[in-house]
Design a binder for this molecule. Structure first.
Ligand code: HEC
Length: 108
């Protein structure tokens, strides 16, 4: 499928990758449709002590962009690996990680 992307689209994708900066507004959209089922309001309905609060992220060492990207990409049972499963793109994951860090810093 990817082979058939017209050259113009490839150019656009390349250009947008070069100028990429995490977009928390897009991250919020990703969060609402993929994460809020278990993490609405920054909580964790399945594992309450593993919420997205600043304190829990620090305690569980998931308080960096890289750590959140890793967890969302690969999952941590019972949380699904959104990247590995092909549900979210790398850009979606970077945006949602930036959104989670921003919200946790603000106390949700
Ligand atoms: C099916 C429910 C579910 C969904 C959907 C889900 N998660 Fe999770 N999430 C969990 C569970 C359960 C854990 C705790 C995993 C563990 O045992 O460490 C977790 C942990 C986390 C943690 C680490 C929290 C901590 O304090 O250790 C982050 C960050 C996180 N999720 C982000 C996300 C993001 C971003 C999304 C959406 C892309 C998402 N999750 C979608 C269930 C879910």
């Amino acid at each position: 499928m990817k082979k058939f992307i017209p050259g113009i689209a490839l150019l656009f994708l390349t250009a947008s990758n070069i100028s990429f900066a995490a977009d928390t507004a897009k991250g919020e959209v990703v969060f609402t449709s993929n994460c809020a089922g278990c993490h609405a309001g920054g909580k964790n309905f399945m594992s309450p002590h593993k919420s997205l609060s600043k304190e829990d992220l620090e305690k569980n060492q998931v308080n960096t962009t890289a750590a959140i990207i890793n967890q969302v990409t690969n999952g941590k049972s019972p949380m699904p690996g959104f990247g590995k499963l092909g549900i979210l793109s790398a850009t979606d994951i970077e945006n949602v990680a930036a959104y989670v860090l921003k919200k946790s810093a603000a106390g949700w």
